[in-house]
Design a protein around this ligand. Structure first.
Ligand SMILES: [Mg+2]
Length: 268
């Protein structure tokens, strides 16, 4: 018998195209997962209100992880897919702001927090319409930021910074467009472990396997903790290195997502 698999997936640059935010090319993969009866758990740096819209559009019935693991939206026990119970896992944004001077001195350069930008600037950087850009600013447990051109942090720079930030139980990671500053607990790996434990208990099936699909540095903690990790060829241009085995897709973005699902379901 083939085990069921819980599939965790990143959104931007994986399920959605990095530039157009279209999920047209990931639809065949999503349909294949629904056909197999495999749960699809979205795990993103996006905010709760941003993810609610996509979760409903895709008609998904499983919990989702927002702000890189800063929170989990559980489906209500009544099974009503439009009723979520929100669990915050990380430090709130007000508390995180107190540590911004430490962040600045640790990475040694100038940064601009997303929350300090006018919504028009966020819309310009993300390519989102202003109403959707406003939802991206609705943060509960993380502070995204950009750096100036003179300060581009390599994966090694981020790891070195994290050695210092970890002493205050803080962390830094990088998605497709932004760096993200949060408490150490608010990472995709810890959130995925929490969801897996709860779903195994709820479904009363301890033969469940886990898979994850992602394209960026912030996906590595999630790819590291699952049985079957897929690293989607990224569309944003920086290299993502791993010190554990992953299957890399040939295609990028949502096409790479569907490719990973086909490989997982032995349909390739
Ligand atoms: Mg991504």
């Amino acid at each position: 018998m083939i085990n069921r698999v819980i599939v965790f997936s990143d959104i931007d640059g994986t399920l959605l195209d990095h530039y157009t935010y279209s999920y047209q090319l990931s639809k065949p993969g999503i349909a294949l997962l629904k056909e197999k009866g495999y749960p699809l758990v979205l795990v993103s740096s996006k905010t709760f209100p941003e993810m609610c819209i996509l979760h409903r559009e895709l008609d998904l019935a499983d919990p989702f992880v927002f702000e890189n693991g800063g929170g989990i939206a559980w489906i209500s026990e009544t099974g009503d897919k439009n009723d979520y119970t929100v669990q915050l896992r990380g430090m709130d944004t007000g508390s995180l702001e107190e540590y911004v001077p430490l962040l600045r001195s640790t990475i040694g350069g100038d940064i601009v927090l997303l929350k300090d930008m006018p919504v028009e600037a966020v819309a310009r950087i993300t390519g989102l319409p202003e109403d959707k850009a406003a939802l991206a600013l609705n943060r509960q447990a993380s502070l995204p930021f950009i750096t100036g051109k003179e300060l581009q942090l390599s994966q090694e720079d981020v790891e070195n910074a994290n050695n210092i930030l970890a002493k205050e139980n803080l962390m830094l990671t990088r998605g497709g467009r932004f760096y993200h500053f949060s408490s150490g607990k608010a990472n995709k790996g810890d959130a995925v472990k929490e969801v897996t434990g709860r779903m195994i208990a709820f479904l009363k099936d301890n033969t469940l396997k886990t898979a994850a699909i992602g394209d960026s540095m912030n996906d590595l903690p999630m790819l590291r903790v699952v049985d079957i990790p897929y690293l989607v060829k990224n569309q944003h241009g920086y290299d993502v290195q791993t010190d554990f085995p992953v299957t890399r897709t040939r295609d990028s973005g949502p096409s790479g997502f569907s490719e990973a699902v086909r490989k997982l379901c032995n349909a390739d």
